[in-house]
Ligand binder design. Structure first.
Ligand SMILES: NC(=O)c1ccc[n+]([C@@H]2O[C@H](COP(=O)([O-])OP(=O)(O)OC[C@H]3O[C@@H](n4cnc5c(N)ncnc54)[C@H](OP(=O)(O)O)[C@@H]3O)[C@@H](O)[C@H]2O)c1
Length: 214
């Protein structure tokens, strides 16, 4: 495990970064830091009003930053496909893909537009689909990077292959931990495929931590 802070971000000038769930929380802070390092940003999330506000805030804080918002609902495979179609039509290569959007420990079992357990779909499954579908745009860049937001909670996680969608028995933390373990396991696959095929891609998983003595 490597620890780093925003101070370790090298210049991102000329790079295009997509951050999912960038309208608030960590995603917004990640996008802000990347814009500060010179990256062009696509904020990808499900709420247009929040997205336009976040874009404005970042552009105000980093004058001259190129920031745009694109609708992406990670609880819907159709929305993922629409997002990918718009990006592919644009044809621009992607240097940084930050798979950050997530929901945590929902009190009751809820389902996505595709009838999948909502945390599994949002936190992991449709990020997996998104990354897979964007691979052509990531492969065209020298050392593109995919960062998948996991959590130390993955240590309590178990992939319940007999009840992946928690339809027989739902526990909020179990479902969240499973989604974060799935994300961690997933993060190794783009790296494995890149190494095997010479794509030059880097794939990492991350856990966000507050700076401090611990
Ligand atoms: N905060 C922590 O202590 C912590 C610790 C470990 C790991 N993490 C992970 O870090 C990531 C960010 O956490 P956070 O604390 O910053 O969460 P947050 O403040 O709740 O922000 C989550 C972001 O994801 C977006 N989002 C939620 N559902 C979405 C969907 N279906 N489609 C598109 N965007 C969606 C939210 O948009 P809306 O505003 O529209 O909902 C928001 O922009 C998550 O993956 C989380 O599991 C967080």
């Amino acid at each position: 495990m490597i620890e780093w802070t925003t101070a370790n971000i090298p210049s991102q000038t000329g790079k295009l970064a997509i951050v999912t769930g960038a309208t608030g929380g960590l995603g917004y802070e990640i996008a802000l830091a990347l814009a500060g390092a010179g990256a062009e940003l696509i904020l990808a999330a499900r709420d247009m009003t929040k997205g336009e506000r976040a874009s404005r805030l970042i552009a105000d804080k980093h004058l001259g930053a190129k920031v745009s918002f694109e609708l992406l609902d990670l609880a819907s495979l159709t929305s993922v496909a629409d997002f990918v179609d718009r990006l592919c039509a644009n044809g621009r290569h992607v240097d940084l893909m930050i798979n950050n959007a997530g929901i945590m420990a929902l009190a009751d079992r809820r389902v996505s537009a595709d009838n999948l357990e909502l945390q599994f779909a949002t936190n992991y499954l449709w990020h997996f689909a998104l990354t897979a579908q964007l691979l052509p745009l990531l492969r065209g860049t020298h050392r593109a990077r995919v960062v998948s937001m996991s959590s130390l909670v993955h240590r309590q996680g178990r992939i319940d292959v007999d009840d992946l969608q928690a339809s027989r028995s739902y526990d909020l933390w179990k479902a969240y931990a499973q989604s974060k373990l799935a994300m961690l396991l997933f993060s190794t696959e783009p790296q494995r495929r890149s190494d095997a095929n010479g794509w030059g891609l880097v794939s990492n998983a991350a856990h966000p931590a507050r700076p401090g003595p611990n």
